[in-house]
Design a protein. Structure first.
Length: 332
């Protein structure tokens, strides 16, 4: 089979498409999926650079955390799927290949109206956003939520999900043009602020929008210098959910402010979870999110679609940060 392969760590010259050994026929509860589309994520960039290896048991040289395709073979204990079913899901690595083997519990059914590229843009970002907002954060109707990097893949998913549940949604981005595009798409963002290289701007904006009450939930996809003003922007008993660290993994915490606000700081990550935990997140996503997709209330936001042979171009676009929404790789 053909797959995206990391041959050396560093720049895009160390990644390409190669013929590799196909996975064995599935047994027990495993399903082999012929992949038609796979989303590209910042984790793939980090894995190519050598700073984010796949967990044990997953290929270290084939990236990819999400896929969409057709069931090609099933193990003898599989009861939920049959050959030919359109499915998508998440995996800890190896999704950017023509074939992938996963537990049946880690799959969800692709809504009929979605193209393969649209389906490939959904699993990682929508499961991540849904899990973070509604499990540890406990987001509910009437809450105020702030989404950092709102124009990213996870950001556009989170804005739509929060709006769908009846929350007031605020967003940040370094780029004003991206926020303008979000408003044009009417994804459900009530207010937004372009922070450029001055993250403290959003704390001032939040206090203005909320009459100094702050926001109940902050979905932090950035980290680094965004954390101190995030704590300032938080309401009493608010929650910061740390998902991404594109601005850095280290920051400072004002412990006195943390105590005064009785705030909660919660970290979450999908990639390293057990099969059972991923199955639970997938079930909740399928039950709560896919009906909204089927009714057209939420949708994937796609920046560009690249044939798998143009994987280097896709990496360069994601790395240079002009992208808006998801970048998707497709297999012919």
């Amino acid at each position: 089979m053909r797959a995206v392969v990391i041959t050396s760590h560093g720049g895009v010259g160390g990644i390409g498409v190669m013929e590799v050994e196909s996975p064995s026929a599935p047994v027990a509860d495993r399903v082999r999926v012929r992949v038609h589309a796979a989303g590209l994520n910042h984790a793939d960039i980090l894995q190519r650079r050598g700073s984010y290896p796949a967990p044990p048991g997953y290929p270290q040289n084939i990236p990819g955390l999400e896929f969409a395709g057709e069931v090609e073979a099933i193990g003898d204990a599989v009861g939920a799927w049959k050959i030919g079913d359109r499915v998508f899901g998440i995996i800890a690595g190896g999704a950017q290949a023509e074939l992938v083997v996963v537990p049946e519990s880690n799959l969800a059914r692709v809504p009929t109206q979605l193209s393969w590229a649209e389906a490939g843009a959904i699993p990682e970002v929508f499961i991540t956003a849904h899990d973070a907002l509604f499990t540890p954060a406990g987001l509910k109707m009437g809450d105020r939520v702030l989404v950092h990097a709102a124009a990213s893949g996870v950001g556009t998913a989170a804005v739509q999900l929060a709006h769908a549940v009846g929350a007031t949604v605020y967003g940040t981005s370094r780029n004003a043009d991206k926020l303008n595009r979000m408003r044009e798409l009417k994804l459900g963002m009530d207010e937004s602020v372009a922070v450029g290289d001055a993250p403290a701007k959003f704390a001032e904006a939040v206090q203005r929008w909320t009459n100094d009450a702050g926001v109940d939930v902050i979905l932090d996809l950035v980290g680094g210098s965004y954390f101190p003003p995030s704590l300032e922007a938080l309401s009493i008993r608010g929650r910061i959910i740390s998902v991404g660290t594109t601005a850095g993994a280290k920051s400072e915490i004002d412990l006195d402010l943390l105590k005064r606000k009785r705030a909660a700081i919660i970290g979450t990550m999908l990639r390293t979870r057990s099969i059972e935990e991923k199955a639970d997140a997938t079930r909740r996503f399928a039950a709560a999110v896919l009906p909204l997709v089927s009714r057209g209330r939420i949708r994937p936001v796609i920046d560009r679609v690249y044939p798998i042979d143009q994987v280097r171009d896709a990496h360069e676009r994601l790395e240079s940060n002009p992208s808006f929404g998801k970048i998707v790789l497709t297999f012919a």
